[in-house]
Design a binder for this molecule. Structure first.
Ligand code: FE2
Length: 282
């Protein structure tokens, strides 16, 4: 009989604002980065009040990692220095590999109504931090969805979902960190045990309702950090919506300065010089 994954920590999302004044919840990011390796940040945004989101994220840079935006509700327009223009809408995913550099904006394409979703930052290994930038815009109809025999609905954003009864490849597959990113909706009284490769770190964020994960009760607004080996049983008595985010740790030094994440201070100073000289993306 195999063991369940060990509980390493329970974290509470913190209210903050970013961009030009968008209100959001920072689930993790900026502190104790090695605990979350290979992920750097998870933000949740959700509001029906335009004042909370209308300012958006005017042009800003990134270097050294990937940003993943997953929309639940609303519409955001992405534009970048490569000439990509994309509309992110409810159920859609944007996977942007900043690598050497991206300058982009993310602005609401609505003046009223709900805007809701998540942005996850995935680190890149040192060998890829100065590689070419890339961009994948996956419209909602191309993001795989399934329902397990028990009635759990799964959006398979990245990696491969497999609970022993149903298997499905996600919209995105990435090397090195080999991330899994699933949005799970558990109706009341259902359970699921998704397979996560040995050696992957697992982060479970409950964003609605409550669930018991590897024996630990978790209510909405909390993130559970789990160990690298064992099974991952999840069940919910009242119903829950949960993000499962897992990846292979890179185990490299992490030096972050705002939107630049490199392996050393020298590389951060280079990023700042490149940005100031307008050659971040060159
Ligand atoms: Fe950005």
């Amino acid at each position: 009989m195999s063991l369940t994954r060990k509980i390493l920590g329970l974290h509470t999302g913190q209210p903050t604002s970013d961009g030009a004044g968008v209100k959001l919840t920072r689930v993790f990011g900026g502190q104790s980065a090695e605990l979350f390796d290979p992920f750097l940040m998870l933000d949740e945004f959700g509001s029906e009040h335009p004042d909370d989101y209308i300012a958006g994220f005017p042009p800003h840079p990134h270097r050294g990692f990937e940003t993943v935006t997953y929309m639940l509700e609303g519409r955001m327009r992405h534009e970048d220095h490569m000439g990509n223009v994309g509309l992110l809408q409810g159920g859609g995913v944007q996977w942007m590999t900043a690598a050497r550099g991206v300058i982009h904006s993310e602005m609401p394409e609505q003046e009223e109504g709900e805007m809701r979703g998540f942005q996850l930052w995935v680190n890149l290994p040192g060998k890829s931090k100065m590689g070419d930038a890339g961009y994948q815009d996956i419209q909602p109809e191309f993001v795989p969805r399934l329902t397990t025999a028990d009635g759990v609905e799964v959006v398979v954003i990245a990696g491969r979902f497999d609970d022993g009864t149903v298997q499905q490849n996600g919209a995105v597959q990435r090397p090195d960190t080999e991330p899994l990113y699933f949005d799970l909706r558990l109706p009341a009284g259902t359970a699921v045990t998704p397979h996560v490769p040995e050696g992957h770190r697992v982060f479970m964020y409950v964003y609605e309702g409550s669930a018991t994960i590897a024996g630990q009760p978790v209510v909405a607004g909390h993130l559970l950090r789990l160990g690298e080996n064992g099974e991952l049983p999840i069940d919910s008595i009242e119903g829950a919506r949960v993000l499962l985010i897992a990846g292979k740790p890179l185990r490299e030094p992490i030096v972050q300065y705002g939107p630049f994440v490199m392996n050393s201070r020298e590389e951060i100073e280079q990023a700042l010089r490149d940005f100031q000289a307008n050659r971040l993306t060159a």
